[in-house]
Structures are given as structure tokens and as C-alpha cells.
Design a binder for this molecule. Structure first.
Ligand SMILES: [Zn+2]
Length: 106
């Protein structure tokens, strides 16, 4: 079961958690318990650390970001549909309405 807060993840000793909220850079993604960083931020940081600064500023950046975001959304929806019951329980546990998970509203 996915923890919905970092505190809970630390208590349970799980490596990741999912809050259902956007990170400070606007990603809807699971986060690492170790530092609270979301998957996408971590990916971006790794790109930057590899010296690929142009990745952030070139013309295609926002387009690629959007595409990646769309693909992530598709994967989430696909995952949701295949694991509906489990996901609904998680969503209810977060105090949200399973009929309208947040990623459907993006
Ligand atoms: Zn992020």
C-alpha cells in the first residue's frame, strides 16, 4: 500500500510515497521518502548533473515535457484502470472522490 505522506512512509519504512498533490515544480508524481523529491524532479536533476543544461532551455523542452507528462498520465490512467479497486481505496484513503482522481482533471 502506497503511503500518502512522507511521515507515513518513514513510519512504514517504505522508499516512496504518493501525496496526490503537485510538487513545488508542478509534477504529479510519486516521491522519494529519503528527501521528498518527486520522480520527475529527480530525473531532471540527474540530467542536469550529467551536464545537460541545454535540456532545460532549448526550444523543444516544454513540448517534450508536455509529451512526457501526457505519457505519464496515460500510464497512470492505464494503471488505474487495471487496478481500479486498489486505487479507489488509496484515493478514498486520501479523502478524495474515486470518481474523479486528480490526474483525470489535468
Ligand atoms: Zn517534481
Amino acid at each position: 500500500m502506497l503511503s500518502k505522506s512522507r511521515k507515513e512512509a518513514i513510519e512504514k519504512g517504505t522508499k516512496t510515497y504518493f501525496t496526490g498533490k503537485y510538487c513545488h515544480r508542478g509534477h504529479m508524481d510519486a516521491r522519494y521518502t529519503a528527501n521528498g523529491e518527486c520522480y520527475t524532479c529527480r530525473e531532471d536533476r540527474h540530467m542536469r548533473e550529467k551536464g545537460e543544461d541545454c535540456y532545460v532551455i532549448d526550444d523543444g523542452y516544454f513540448e517534450r515535457e508536455k509529451k512526457r507528462e501526457d505519457e505519464r498520465k496515460k500510464k497512470m490512467i492505464d494503471y488505474y484502470q487495471r487496478n481500479k479497486e486498489r486505487c479507489d481505496n488509496i484515493i478514498r484513503g486520501m479523502g478524495l472522490d474515486p470518481a474523479t482522481p486528480q490526474w483525470f482533471q489535468l
